[in-house]
Design a protein around this ligand. Structure first.
Ligand SMILES: Cc1cc2nc3c(=O)[nH]c(=O)nc-3n(C[C@H](O)[C@H](O)[C@H](O)COP(=O)(O)OP(=O)(O)OC[C@H]3O[C@@H](n4cnc5c(N)ncnc54)[C@H](O)[C@@H]3O)c2cc1C
Length: 422
């Protein structure tokens, strides 16, 4: 449906925060239904695009609180000084040009009975199907010393790309040569399993160039490196030999943000730059919507992506309770989005969903500014187990990191950005 001028002004005003509009978005004549998408990251922006592209007669509204898309993939390069934030920041002009109603606002509540989403501006959006792809939020409950805004401004996570990415880079630039960068990794599952180990490589690459007397201490809650272990160890024991002190089974009991001290059960580790990636759960909005289970993630039907707890609401991306061996990654969120978009269109049009969806994952990790390795996997719906399972023998791992894969990694990024946003 083409947006009427009167409606456009109403929504544009609400989006700019200059007016508060209450009332439901209405289905105009010729519209097959209303889809609202919460979150314009890798999952949500892709889902909105594919619903609109495959079913132009469906009204699609995409709600995003950020003004621009900032990519987490490649954000470790910014921390290592091998890229700028502008290299990984993109506008939301693409979805707008496709006829998607793009609202810069925050979804604050969902009424699944009335099928309405309430926004921070006061606007209420009605929907036939709601797609929720809000990513993750952090669970600070086990870290009392990190609960205040002041503590969080000193001890950064940089696990959502944007201002914290730049701030962590500045902390590293300001650190004395001979200082210690301490990275804490939470217990899995968390967003991007290889991401912390890639960050170690990026910081090591920077220290090697600019602060060669400095050290990196990795406090990993997990028993071992959980992704690309052999490949990361090859880099740590090779090009970064002697720089990295990796300590598995190192769960944080608390943090002293004033002295930059990581507190472990039997030990305290003092840092010059302390970077704590906190434990994670699905982003806040899923709790208000009643979509999260006791584990903090959203359990879904992998054929339709519909929540197992709340009908009419589909969840995808990092917020889902991951299927066995399925990583929380941008590639995976992008793949979820397409299966989900098709299933949502089918539900609106009374057609069956694809009973055997298949998704693929590829994840690149930069060892330095140019050298890269990948892991890939293929996951198919298993009707007996009612979940996605990895296909044995499909996918794989690089033999070693290489500059050729560095070219592939930037190609992957440009492709997925175009697929998500153009
Ligand atoms: C350092 C790092 C490196 C990574 N590298 C890779 C990589 O190389 N390859 C890879 O595949 N993956 C990588 N990832 C993982 C990838 O970033 C995530 O898996 C992916 O972003 C998940 O997509 P999503 O749609 O679930 O969440 P997101 O992309 O985070 O999108 C969620 C969006 O929802 C918005 N939002 C949330 N709540 C609301 C609300 N209530 N109202 C309005 N808007 C809301 C947020 O502002 C955000 O824009 C990396 C992650 C990190 C942290």
């Amino acid at each position: 449906m083409a947006l009427k001028r009167r409606d456009f002004l109403k929504w544009a005003g609400a989006a700019a925060g200059s007016a508060v509009v209450t009332g439901c978005a209405t289905t105009g004549s010729g519209s097959a239904g209303r889809v609202v998408v919460i979150g314009a990251g890798y999952g949500g922006a892709t889902a909105a695009k594919y619903v609109k592209m495959w079913a132009p007669d469906i009204d699609v509204t995409l709600v995003e609180r950020g003004s621009e898309f900032v990519s987490c993939p490649l954000s470790n390069l910014v921390i290592g000084g091998n890229a700028q934030l502008t290299d990984i920041t993109m506008s939301y002009d693409g979805p707008r040009k496709r006829g998607i109603r793009m609202l810069r606002d925050e979804a604050v509540a969902v009424d699944a009975t009335k099928r309405e989403v309430r926004l921070a501006s006061g606007t209420t959006l009605g929907y036939d199907r709601l797609i929720v792809s809000p990513g993750i939020d952090f669970n600070y409950a086990s870290l009392p010393g990190l609960q205040s805004a002041d503590a969080q401004s000193r001890v950064l996570h940089a696990w959502k790309a944007g201002p914290q990415t730049v701030a962590l880079r500045k902390q590293l630039e300001g650190m004395r040569d001979g200082g210690a960068y301490v990275l804490h990794i939470p217990r899995a599952p968390f967003r991007c399993p290889p991401g912390p180990y890639e960050r170690v490589c990026q910081v090591a690459d920077y220290f090697k160039r600019a602060k060669p007397k400095s050290k990196i201490v990795v406090l990993d809650t997990n028993e071992d490196i959980i992704s690309k272990k052999g490949l990361f160890l090859a880099a740590w024991n090779g090009m970064y030999k002697g720089m990295i002190d990796y300590r598995p089974n190192s769960e944080l009991t608390d943090v002293d943000a004033r002295t930059l001290t990581a507190k472990l059960q039997f030990d305290d580790v003092k840092a010059d730059v302390l970077n704590v990636v906190p434990p994670q759960r699905a982003a806040d909005i899923v709790r208000s919507a009643g979509l999260a289970g006791p584990h903090g993630w959203c359990d879904i039907d992998w054929v339709t992506y519909e929540s197992k707890l709340v009908p009419g609401i589909h969840v995808l991306g990092d917020a889902t309770l991951s299927a066995p061996a399925m990583p929380k990654s941008a590639t995976m969120a992008n793949q979820h989005a397409k299966v989900c978009a098709a299933a949502v269109i089918a539900a609106i049009k009374g057609a069956p969903a694809n009973p055997a969806p298949m998704v693929v994952n590829t994840c690149y990790s930069f060892v330095d500014g140019k050298t890269v390795m990948h892991v890939a996997s293929v996951h198919q719906y298993d009707t007996a187990q009612k979940t996605m399972v990895p296909i044995k023998g499909a996918g794989g791992l690089s033999d070693k990191a290489s500059e050729v894969e560095g070219i592939f990694a930037w190609g992957w990024a440009r492709n997925i950005w175009a697929d998500t946003l153009a």
